[in-house]
Design a protein around this ligand. Sequence first.
Ligand code: NI
Length: 211
Amino acid sequence: MAILKIARMGNPVLRAPARPVADPTAPAIRALVSDMVETMLDAGGVGLAAPQVRVPLRLVIFQLPPERLVAQDSTDGADADIEGDPEGDADGAPADAEHLPLHVLINPVITPVGEDTALGWEGCLSLPRMRGLVPRHTYIRYSGIGLDGKPFEREARGFHARVVQHECDHLDGILYPMRMTDLSLLGYNDEWARAPLEIAADAPGDAEAAE
Ligand code: NI
């Protein structure tokens, strides 16, 4: 196990589409996932994609508190921070993150269910100390292959759906600001902390459904 260096915005590996994993059960993939878990926990994130550790393969990992994993309509506040930030607010990964179930998604495919989108806060370990309000599908179906080599399919709503969309975007060279429709809603964590942004009433998108 090793803590890997995280590529930041501007690194070419974050712009290029990643390659499919040929053999999800290969020992090298298991070792990569081990290192990614250690790296994610060290950085205080809830998710990490292989290109972020400079490995251009279609593999992501994430951890969610159990109450956020179920396919539910999210009623969470606007404080969902996708990858957290070690120097940011306290709402990244929970303190007991190492005890949460780990999700490994290899060669994932996302299909939105319905047209609904919502704004929600996202941070990214590749853009340290920043966060922005990003529109995402509120309800998705996704499929992929697990570390055991078995294909699976799941449904996700709310924060779970947001995390999967954020992480899988990394596999196509997309960072969350590229999904934003209003870049005035992108900023530094400490500025947002100083002047909290009220998004409920007048934000673009469906404010009622904002996460
Ligand atoms: Ni990210």
